[in-house]
Design a protein around this ligand. Structure first.
Ligand SMILES: [Zn+2]
Ligand SMILES: [Zn+2]
Length: 104
């Protein structure tokens, strides 16, 4: 899924370190599930401000712990709007109880 501009970055030692640090900080748990009281193992670290060709070399974005959050696969897809559930509007998803909630 990595785009061309970020391929080298995602193979860098800097990213491996930042990713590990974020996972350790977040106890390897999905932080969005945790907010809802669900304990779900995180499978990846997401950039809150998305990486782009212009910021991939900027440590304030690319490897800043404040810009990183550990997520499970499902929450990650929701964050990016890759899950479109029927009548769900963009920017909204369903929580674990099936309520329509705005995605943050
Ligand atoms: Zn989750
Ligand atoms: Zn992401």
């Amino acid at each position: 899924m990595a785009k061309d501009f970020s391929r080298a970055f995602y193979h860098s030692a800097e990213w491996a370190q930042a990713r590990d640090a974020a996972l350790t900080r977040d106890a390897h748990l999905c932080q969005h599930c945790l907010k809802r009281g669900d304990i779900t193992p995180a499978v990846m670290v997401h950039h809150i401000k998305e990486l782009s060709p212009s910021n991939v070399d900027d440590p304030d974005i690319a490897t800043n712990p404040d810009n990183l959050v550990s997520l499970c696969d499902r929450c990650h897809k929701q964050v990016h709007g890759w899950i479109r559930q029927g009548a769900t509007r963009q920017g909204f998803g369903f929580d674990s109880d099936g309520n329509l909630v705005p995605l943050d």
